[in-house]
Design a protein around this ligand. Structure first.
Ligand code: DGJ
Length: 545
């Protein structure tokens, strides 16, 4: 930012901020949100406490004051604790150097009134590959802000990661955003994290073939990347062979975004992440054609990690209904060097159960996309219509989990959480808890079992089941779920011991404390612990005889 635009930005910030009536405090009274990492596990902390993101992402164009009254009813119905909202470059810097943060001011005020936290999505150089959310003075000026060029010389609708002016302008706007955010929210942290760009990458080519890109492509691979990939030196083609073009594009985009994030963090150090438009998780696929090249797809995560130390997480946007594909993606992004956060997923009913499998992979959060009551529907990715009825299974998940979200986050960080979702082709799953095992069955009535001959698990009529278990003590577990039967099995390696349920307490968490409601026994435990479509939580103590 030159001096004149800095001054303008500062005046704009001050005026809009006081106009919005948000009080600023110089001192930070609560700790910054941060992502803890230990032994390959992660915990997001907000206000110094473990935090599980029970998220809701609004539709793309719901980032205007006029749509907020369609957003809050859906968020409230859903019991979400965090709302992910686009912050578009075109919206905050419609003309160069003139910033308008009035929407952000309104959003933060209203989020506080609705008792939710926010994640802001920086739609700038990349929003699903393209710069459509960049201001007109950027996206219409190919000279100053060059686009990616394919091998044949066609100009594509993706900005080049080699555009120096583009990087400078994007970074300046992002820094202005973070500066303003710190001023209005630095003492409260209503905004807990930033997504830097959106689904970066390019369709239509495996890399940028512009002259600037070609010059770089002929250079040696940077030492940081060689080290991370355990390779010795040479040009991109020499080191990476047939993958050279894609790896080069991934490195270039990640390096660009890392610079934006670094500059933003220098001003206001919130957790920052990038989200991924996925490569098909199974089987071969062509970069730039079957999936967006250069984005943080699972095959280039090592490259993104090496190029993006300022990026706290790389997160999958999962719009695959298929169980095998969905759970494969969870495995691909749940890594010792990456916290799993399902930053987007479909808002149609079959997706709702996947929160359990996500938490079973130590997810720090989960956030369906398209959560507001504007008339838009993103079928077939999501629901045909977003209304309270479509929202119901997602609302039930959060109604169940929100009272104990902090406890689950803390136990997950200790490696004491397991979770499964209902597959299509199997109706029984086994979970290994170490000392004990658990059988989960889907599609059984609440009374009776297979020994009676007439109850073979056939699965729910539609796959809606899921189970979550967390260890509270050596033989004590928190158990919950929906549309599933849970049976503990005798301790491993002790064939002569018989399991007995010592105590099965139903209760609920209130202000972090377990409140006993009643004991389950008799019919409620003789046939396993049967969870139906109600938010029920148990503390189960196990013994043997
Ligand atoms: C993924 C993108 O990140 C979202 O902004 C949105 O466009 C969805 N795809 C599709 O609804």
């Amino acid at each position: 930012m030159n001096q004149a635009s800095k001054k303008l930005a500062a005046i704009g910030i001050g005026l809009l901020w006081s106009a919005a009536g948000i009080t600023a405090h110089a001192a930070q009274s609560v700790p910054m949100p941060r992502l803890l990492h230990d032994h390959g596990r992660y915990e997001l902390q907000v206000d110094g406490k473990p935090y599980l993101i029970l998220g809701a992402q609004v539709n793309n164009s719901s980032n205007w004051p006029a749509t907020l009254d369609k957003v809050w009813p859906a968020v409230t119905d859903m019991h979400a604790n965090t709302v992910l909202v686009p912050m578009a470059w075109q919206q905050i810097e419609p003309s160069r150097g003139h910033f308008d943060f009035s929407y952000l001011d309104t959003l933060v005020k209203q989020a506080r009134a609705h008792d939710v936290r926010l994640g802001l999505l920086w739609f700038a150089t990349w929003k699903n590959n393209n710069p459509n959310y960049a201001p007109s003075w950027v996206k219409l000026d190919n000279q100053r802000f060059p686009r990616v060029v394919d091998k044949q010389g066609h100009v594509l609708n993706s900005l080049s990661p080699f555009g120096e002016n583009t990087l400078q302008a994007d970074r300046t706007a992002f820094v202005a955003l973070m500066t303003h955010l710190k001023q209005i929210d630095g003492d409260r942290h209503t905004v807990i994290m930033m997504q830097v760009e959106n689904e970066a990458g390019t369709f239509g080519t495996d890399r940028d073939y512009s002259a600037a890109a070609d010059r770089q492509f002929k250079q040696d691979v940077p030492a940081t990347l060689l080290k991370a990939m355990h390779k010795s030196g040479g040009s991109w083609s020499q080191v990476f062979g047939e993958h050279a073009a894609e790896y080069f594009h991934a490195w270039s985009i990640a390096h660009y975004i890392n610079q934006v994030a670094t500059a933003g963090k220098a001003v206001y150090d919130l957790p920052m992440y990038v989200n991924a438009m996925l490569r098909p998780p199974i089987g071969p696929a062509r970069p730039g054609f079957d999936y967006s090249s250069g984005g943080p797809t699972y095959n280039v995560l090592d490259i993104w990690k090496a190029a993006g130390p300022a990026l706290d997480m790389i997160t999958p946007d999962i719009y695959m209904r298929d169980y095998k594909k969905y759970t494969t993606v969870l495995d691909q992004y749940h890594r010792p060097d990456n916290a799993l956060f399902v930053s987007e997923t479909g808002n149609d009913k079959p997706y709702a159960r996947y929160i359990f499998a996500s938490l079973g992979k130590q997810a720090i959060g989960y956030s369906p996309f398209g959560i507001d009551f504007t008339p838009y529907s993103n079928w077939p990715l999501g629901a045909r219509k977003m209304d309270p009825e479509s929202l119901a299974p997602f609302a039930l998940n959060y109604e169940l989990l929100r009272p104990m979200a902090s406890q689950i986050a803390a136990l997950s960080f200790q490696g004491k959480v397991w979770g499964v979702s209902e597959p299509i082709d199997k109706h029984v799953q086994t979970i290994d808890l170490g000392a004990w095992r658990v059988r989960v069955s889907y599609g059984l009535p609440e009374f009776g079992n297979a020994q009676f001959g007439h109850f073979i698990p056939k699965g729910n009529p539609k796959p809606v089941g899921g189970v979550l278990i967390a260890q509270l003590g050596p033989d004590k577990y928190l158990v919950t779920g929906l549309h599933a039967r849970v049976e503990f099995l005798p301790p491993k390696g002790k064939p002569n011991e018989h399991l007995i349920l010592d105590r099965v307490e139903q209760g609920q968490y209130v202000d972090g404390q377990w409140k006993f409601l009643r004991m389950w026994n008799g019919d409620q435990t003789d046939w396993g612990l049967n969870f139906v479509g109600a938010p029920e939580v148990l503390h189960v103590s196990l013994g043997t005889y």
